[in-house]
Ligand binder design. Structure first.
Ligand code: ASP
Ligand code: MG
Length: 457
């Protein structure tokens, strides 16, 4: 069997879902399980209505719900025609009525809990999966809607619930496998699950990719397809560098490194259940299904090029911390990192000397507060409007002189921090945000002008 996951833009309207049905039909022999996201932007809209209700804005919450309902009904009518629509209308009515009831309840009690937020956030996938299943059936595909809350068992860590794999796998074997054996196409919502007690949960934003990997790992898929609206992973951002090329094949580790920079294409956690089972993941474009996309595998075939991709992340702040009093006494780093942890601020790059530590964080509103807390331990400066540039490739491991090649290509650029070694497959450095376009295009020119045709399109 295979898993085919379609993201929000791939199911955003009737036309998109129609394309999806055609793509699924091409794969019927391979026994697909289909995992769908909510219609594009719907999860955001649900979270907005939840917080509107939580802050007492009843009319605003109900109006957002009404417009979401209308969009889903219109999509379903366009896909199914009025007659078939009437068959699923009672279910959709019941779903949207219960959403409204929840919103009114939140307004009434004047409190939005994490648990209720998750129930509301999951409505998008509940209804998108029903509409997709009905559309498939009407197009002659033997689809069967499966309620993901019955299959994906999680803990009660609302908004980033952790799947309980043994139970999930047992449920998938009980509820989904028999459908495949009967030549049906199970259609499930991504992103959502439920606790053992049946309380709805979500796996975290962008979590439908994770759902696909969980289902694929649980049912021993031969392949997991992540259908999105781009042709796959690229050597760099094509908006910055029109010469960017599609990467045909990349390793899990390389893709995971890049995920931090291009999380739009892929969520790193997606990969884990699939890595462990050695299941290849393909990134494919539902608007251009003929394109081969990018294949992510446990180990990438050897490439003549050192790097697979160059990525940049802007809006980075560099925090320099100079130990005055404690001069790197033991426990100094621990107390520094505790400050970041207390502010729930992830630290990305770190470099240390005898008396100082520099770290990078994504620029955010709490930097000033973090700096104030760090100021109790050491002298602190911070500087925003920085960017991390990162070159990724398995060949870094066994090629000498790489740093010289990289920095030799941009000798006049001011480099602030350098990091190589932690993962062995990336070189990262910090520059001014304004240098990003020229640095990317010069590095791309240096490393991707002559590419290995087995690895790059
Ligand atoms: N609909 C969810 C979100 O927007 C999950 C997903 O699309 O992957 O985060
Ligand atoms: Mg996504």
């Amino acid at each position: 069997m295979i898993v085919m996951k379609f993201g929000g833009t791939s199911v955003q309207d009737a036309q998109a879902i129609n394309r999806v049905a055609a793509i699924v039909r091409e794969r019927l022999k391979e026994k697909p399980v289909v995992v769908v996201s909510a219609l594009a932007k719907i999860t955001d809209q649900l979270l907005t209505m939840a917080s509107a209700a939580g802050t007492g804005h009843r009319d605003q919450a109900l109006e957002l719900s009404r417009s979401a309902r209308e969009r889903h009904y219109n999509t379903a009518v366009d896909l199914l025609g009025t007659h078939a629509f009437e068959q699923i209308a009672p279910e959709l009515d019941a779903d949207f009525n219960s959403l409204d009831e929840l919103l009114r309840g939140v307004v009434a009690v004047g409190e939005l809990t994490a648990r209720t937020t998750d129930t509301i956030a999951g409505f998008g996938e509940r209804v998108s999966s029903k509409i997709a299943a009905a559309a498939f059936s009407q197009r002659g595909i033997q689809a069967a809607h499966v309620d993901s809350r019955r299959c994906i068992v999680t803990d009660d860590n609302f908004s980033k619930a952790v799947p309980q794999f043994d139970e999930t796998n047992a449920r998938l074997a009980d509820l989904v496998k028999p459908l495949l054996d009967g030549n049906r196409v199970p259609v499930m919502g991504g992103f959502i699950g439920a606790t053992r007690q049946g309380i709805p949960t979500t796996l975290g934003r962008g979590g439908s990719d994770f759902s696909a990997a969980i289902v694929g790992a649980g049912l021993n898929a031969t392949r997991i397809e992540i259908w999105t609206d781009v042709d796959g992973m690229m050597t760099t951002d094509p908006n910055l560098c029109p010469q960017a090329r599609r990467i045909k094949t990349i390793s899990f580790e390389e893709a995971a490194e890049l995920a931090y920079f291009g999380a739009k294409v892929l969520h790193p956690a997606t990969l884990l259940p699939a890595i462990q089972k050695n299941i290849p993941v393909l990134i494919l474009n539902s608007r251009n299904p003929a394109c081969e996309g990018t294949r992510i595998t446990a180990t990438a075939p050897k490439s003549k090029n050192i790097f697979k991709a160059i990525a940049a992340k802007r809006r980075i702040t560099v925090v320099d911390i100079v130990a005055t009093r404690m001069l790197m006494a033991h426990g100094f780093l621990k107390s520094i990192f505790e400050v970041f942890a207390n502010h729930r601020c992830p630290v990305d790059m770190v470099s240390t000397s005898e008396v100082s530590v520099s770290v990078t964080v994504d620029s955010n509103e709490s930097i000033a507060a973090i700096a104030a807390d760090l100021g109790k331990l050491a002298d602190v400066k911070y500087d925003g409007r920085k960017a991390i540039v990162c070159l990724v490739g398995e060949n870094i491991r066994n090629t000498p002189g790489i740093a010289a090649k990289v920095f030799g290509a941009i000798p006049d650029v001011n480099i602030q921090m350098i990091s190589q070694g932690a993962s062995e497959i990336n070189i990262s450095f910090v520059i001014d945000e304004s240098d990003v376009p020229q640095v990317i295009s010069r590095l791309h020119q240096a490393f991707f002008t002559d590419v290995d045709p087995a690895v790059f399109a």
